[in-house]
Design a protein around this ligand. Sequence first.
Ligand code: KIV
Length: 269
Amino acid sequence: MSEGPKRVTLREIARKKREGEKLVVVTAYDVLFARVVDAAGVDIVLVGDSVGNVVAGFDSTLPVKLDQMIYHGAAVRRGIKHALLVVDMPFLSYQASVERAILNSGRVLQETLADAVKVEGGNPEMVNTVSALTRTGIPVMAHLGFTPQSVRTLGMRIQGREHGDADRLVDEAKALESAGAFSIVLELLPAEVAERITSAVTIPTIGIGAGPHCDGQVLVLPDLLGLNDGFAPKFLKKYANIAETAREAVSKYAEEVRSGVYPDADHSN
Ligand code: KIV
């Protein structure tokens, strides 16, 4: 009897940091791409609230609702056999009170069957929330640097360049580790700041636009597939041009329908 692919566990994620193995993380929002990225052998699939930007076409993640994250999280769960599944907690689902954070994060785990949630920020209130979540039995991925849910106050730019920022970020990362977070996303940080944070904590750091010294990397799937045409920040490497492939396929289909080539006898009952 085939045992199927082994599930990635939190223990396995911790081992990879200890043994210096890089972690591969990618986002997904639906069952089709969940199957694709899982079969490609990534370690962690993140159902990011970037769904608001890349799937729904908003200019930020702020409009994304808890029920929408649950809908996408459950769809992705149905496509994953191997990777660890993390679901982003959307704006206002965890900031207002610790109780709300526990109830909403618990709902996400119950209704999506995800392995963990992700929350943004490292101020003392958020560290307290992370501690309450992990004590409740809810594994937490943290997120520092550019935190998209704060885009209206931070602006979309590299963080960690002002005097004292690097020290503060190292302190926040250590506090999040002590609160029980199992990993930390570092977004849009100078490579040397991300390197300092990475060597200051024993949990893995997952970089996006934060240079090569993090313990792993995360990219937004439509960005890396070249499906998100206009988006080209410096850190992004496009590994395919799926938008072009899809345009060509649909143009060909349109041409064949209009000319009567499709459907032919081979594609008719
Ligand atoms: O929402 C998201 O996709 C994210 C990643 C960019 C880390 O938070």
